[in-house]
Design a binder for this molecule. Structure first.
Ligand code: 13P
Length: 256
């Protein structure tokens, strides 16, 4: 079953627009049997949208995620949100280490590893983003970057929780650029990641790990990625804010 994750980033700008966007998706997401959809809106819209989605709807293959969380359970951390607060709301997934957070908010691999550890202890499904910059790609460093990011992230993950971890390969040069990574290149990166996980953990974990692709995915290119059995789903930014586009991608995901 393919996993489609919508990263709304810092959009939209009002509750009214958020609920409108969600309501336009809701009907079509009602009877999902062959794909899992995770909507990740900004924190402030989570309670509203969770309330708006009936329990039955959530059971049908729709879930919610946040775009970040903190690495401590509670305390004097002004402006932060803990995994426990998210679980308490009914949030099931959390995006960690997105390149925008790594770059703009200086999140390091070590910080991401701490967030991953606590998210797993709190029973969230973490979606860990990894990927190289344009410069790193040019210098032939893609595999090195992936290896470093994944090795550090997984260091503190207990074996009993590893099946909950989802990795998203998001080459930074492909994000929001209309310059998507070719399916062949994505596949090469994902196969590298599986090999690495097999080396770090074991073959079965590597085979079962869900690995997504993200970066300028639109309805016209979604099928090329989803057609690959090694690509378990997509992490979608811009196109997830366009109802028609997003629903087209969901439909494609259901055909696999
Ligand atoms: P775009 O789909 O807008 O390129 O964004 C990808 C992304 O960053 C998802 O997390």
């Amino acid at each position: 079953m393919k996993l489609i994750v919508a990263n709304w980033k810092m959009n939209p700008n009002s509750q009214k627009e958020a609920i409108q966007l969600f309501n336009s998706l809701k009907k079509s997401l009602k009877n999902l049997k062959k794909a899992k959809i995770v909507i990740c809106p900004p924190f402030v819209f989570l309670p509203l949208l969770l309330k708006a989605s009936a329990f039955a709807l959530r059971k049908s293959g729709l879930a919610f995620g946040s775009q970040n969380c903190f690495w401590q359970e509670k305390g004097a951390f002004t402006g932060e949100i803990s995994p426990k607060m998210l679980r308490d709301l009914g949030v099931e997934y959390v995006i960690l280490g997105h390149s925008e957070r790594r770059k703009i908010f200086a999140e390091t691999d070590k910080i991401i590893a701490e967030k991953l550890k606590l998210s797993l202890e709190t029973n969230l499904f973490p979606i860990v983003c990894v990927g190289e910059t344009k410069e790193e790609k040019k210098r032939g460093k893609t595999f090195q970057v992936l290896e470093k990011e994944i090795k550090i992230a997984l260091k503190k993950v207990p074996k009993s929780k590893i099946r909950k971890v989802i990795i998203a390969y998001e080459p930074i040069w492909a994000i929001g650029t209309k310059n998507s990574c070719s399916p062949d290149e994505v596949l090469t990166a994902i196969l590298f990641i599986r090999k690495l996980i097999s080396k770090l953990l074991d073959k079965k974990t590597a085979q079962n790990m869900r690995i997504l692709y993200g970066g300028s995915v639109i309805s016209q290119n979604a099928e090329e990625y989803l057609g690959e059995k090694n690509i378990n789903g997509l992490l979608i930014g811009g196109a997830s804010l366009d109802v028609k586009e997003f629903l087209k991608i969901v439909k494609i995901a259901q055909s696999f």
